[in-house]
Design a protein around this ligand. Structure first.
Ligand SMILES: Cc1cc2nc3c(=O)[nH]c(=O)nc-3n(C[C@H](O)[C@H](O)[C@H](O)COP(=O)(O)OP(=O)(O)OC[C@H]3O[C@@H](n4cnc5c(N)ncnc54)[C@H](O)[C@@H]3O)c2cc1C
Length: 405
C-alpha cells in the first residue's frame, strides 16, 4: 500500500516509534507472558509512557492528541509482534474509554478520561453475559432506580481487563418492557486485582476512584490465545451506582454500545491484519534461512506461492482496515466497512498463521518460534466483538438497507 494514501508525516513517525517499541520491548517478553498467562504490567507502563493508552484523545483530556488513523496504526504494529499487547490498547481505548468520550457528560469526561488516557487506570467494557453473547440485546443484568442511585445485579462474561481494570462501562436493563430500548449503560469502578503490581509500576490504580461495594471480578479465563490479556467475569451484587454515573440517557445504552462496537471492529481488524503480516514476516524470514534439498525452501514453488498469497491478502486487508478507519475519522458511515474489514482480516489472520506454521514445519509447532503463539492468538479474532457469522449479518443487512429493501 502506498503509505501516503492514508498517512501523513505524523502517522509515519508514530508508526516508527511503535515498531521500535514492539521490537525492543515487547518481542523479548511476549512468549513468557503467553506461557505464564500474566498481564505484562512493565510493557503496559511503557505503552502508557509513549501515550499509547490514549492515542486518539485530545491533549486536554490527557490523550496523545492524534487521530483514528494513528490509533489504528498503533494496534496494527503491536499485533505484528504480540496480539495481547495490541488488544490491551484496543479494548482499553475503544471499549473502555471511547463511550465516555462520545456519550458521556462533560463532567464524566473530565473525571474519567484523563485517568484512562494516561494509563493511570485501565478500562473495560461489559456487554457479554453468560446468556447474551451474539444476542447482546438479551442482557439480564438489571439496574433498578432507587432515588439518587441505581442498584445493579447480574454477571458479565469474557470481559477484557476484568481483573486488572478499575473503570468499566456496562449495560443493564432499566426497563424490561422496552426490549433493547430499555437497556442503559453505566460507569462502574472497582479496585484492580493486581494492586501490588500496579503500585510497583506506577500505573493501573487510582485512589481517586470509589470502590463500589458488591462489584468484583470473577473467574479468570484460561484461554487458547491472547493469554497475556486479562479476561474475566464481572459480578454485580446489589451494587449502588450513583445516577451521575449513568452514561447518556436511560434506554440509550444498547445503541451506544453497538456504535462503540463499530469502532471496536476496526480495531480488531487492525489487530488481525498485524497478526497476518507478522506471521508473513516470520514465514518469509524462515523460508530464506531454512535449507532443504540444498536450497532455501523459499525457492520451492509450493512455499513461494503460499508467501505470495499471504502477501496479496495482507495488502487487501490494509486497504479494508485503513479505508474503514479513514471513514470513521471523517465522520462518514462505516458500519458495513468496519464489519467487512473485521471479517476479512480475522479470517485472514487464521489462514496466514496456519500457513506460517506450515512453512516452519516441525519447528513451527514448538514454542521456539512465535508463529505457534500467533496461530493461537488469531482464532479469537473470529469470535470477539462479534463472530464472523455476526459480521456477515451486519454486512448483508446494511447492503439491503442501502438498497432500501
Ligand atoms: C478473549 C475474549 C475477550 C472478550 N472480551 C470482551 C469484552 O471485553 N467485553 C465484552 O462485552 N465481551 C467480550 N468478549 C465476548 C465476545 O464478544 C463474545 O464471546 C462473542 O460476541 C460471541 O458470543 P458467545 O461467546 O456468547 O457466543 P454465541 O453468541 O453463543 O455464539 C455461538 C456460535 O453461534 C453462532 N451464532 C450465534 N447467533 C447466530 C446467528 N444469528 N446466526 C448465525 N450464527 C450465530 C456464533 O457465530 C457462534 O459461532 C470476549 C470474548 C473473548 C473470547
Amino acid at each position: 500500500m502506498d503509505d501516503h494514501l492514508y498517512f501523513n508525516e505524523q502517522h509515519l513517525a508514530l508508526r516508527e516509534m511503535v515498531q521500535a517499541f514492539a521490537r525492543d520491548e515487547v518481542a523479548p517478553i511476549a512468549g513468557r507472558h503467553d506461557e505464564d498467562q500474566t498481564f505484562p504490567w512493565e510493557t503496559v507502563k511503557g505503552m502508557a509512557d509513549l501515550g499509547l493508552l490514549g492515542v486518539p484523545w485530545p491533549e486536554e483530556l490527557g490523550g496523545a492528541g492524534f487521530d483514528t488513523l494513528a490509533y489504528t496504526i498503533a494496534i496494527h504494529e503491536l499485533a505484528k509482534v504480540c496480539a495481547s499487547h495490541s488488544i490491551t490498547i484496543s479494548a482499553h481505548t475503544t471499549l473502555g474509554t471511547s463511550p465516555i468520550v462520545h456519550f458521556g457528560s462533560q463532567e464524566q469526561r473530565e473525571r474519567f478520561v484523563p485517568l484512562l488516557a494516561t494509563g493511570k487506570v485501565i478500562g473495560g467494557f461489559g456487554l457479554t453475559e453468560p446468556g447474551a453473547g451474539s444476542d447482546a440485546g438479551g442482557t439480564r443484568t438489571v439496574a433498578v432506580r432507587k432515588g439518587d442511585h441505581y442498584v445493579l445485579n447480574g454477571t458479565k462474561r469474557f470481559i477484557t481487563h476484568g481483573g486488572v481494570g478499575e473503570v468499566f462501562l456496562v449495560t443493564a436493563v432499566t426497563d424490561p418492557t422496552l426490549g433493547t430500548k430499555g437497556i442503559s449503560s453505566f460507569i462502574l469502578t472497582k479496585e484492580t486485582c493486581d494492586l501490588e503490581a500496579a503500585r510497583k509500576v506506577g500505573i493501573g490504580h487510582s485512589d481517586e476512584l470509589p470502590v463500589m461495594k458488591g462489584f468484583r471480578a470473577g473467574k479468570k479465563e484460561d484461554k487458547l490465545g491472547w493469554r497475556a490479556s486479562d479476561t474475566r467475569e464481572l459480578i454485580f451484587e446489589d451494587v449502588e451506582v450513583p445516577v451521575e454515573n449513568r452514561l447518556g440517557a436511560e434506554g440509550q445504552g444498547f445503541v451506544n454500545f453497538m456504535q462503540t462496537l463499530d469502532a471496536g471492529r476496526v480495531g480488531v481488524a487492525a489487530l488481525s491484519l498485524g497478526l497476518a503480516e507478522g506471521a508473513l514476516g516470520e514465514a518469509l524470514k524462515y523460508s530464506i534461512e531454512r535449507k532443504q534439498f540444498g536450497q532455501s525452501i523459499a525457492h520451492f514453488q509450493g512455499v513461494s506461492f503460499q508467501l505470495a498469497d499471504m502477501a496479496t491478502e495482507v495488502e487487501a486487508g490494509k486497504h479494508l482496515v485503513y479505508h474503514a478507519a479513514w471513514l470513521a475519522q471523517h465522520g462518514k458511515p462505516y458500519r458495513k466497512e468496519a464489519s467487512m474489514a473485521k471479517l476479512f482480516c480475522s479470517e485472514l489472520a487464521m489462514r496466514a498463521t496456519i500457513k506460517a506454521v506450515q512453512i516452519h514445519g516441525g519447528y513451527g509447532y514448538t514454542k521456539d518460534y512465535p508463529v505457534e503463539r500467533m496461530m493461537r492468538d488469531a482464532k479469537v479474532c473470529e469470535i470477539g466483538e462479534g463472530t464472523s457469522e455476526i459480521q456477515r449479518i451486519v454486512i448483508s443487512r446494511q447492503m439491503l438497507r442501502d438498497l432500501g429493501a
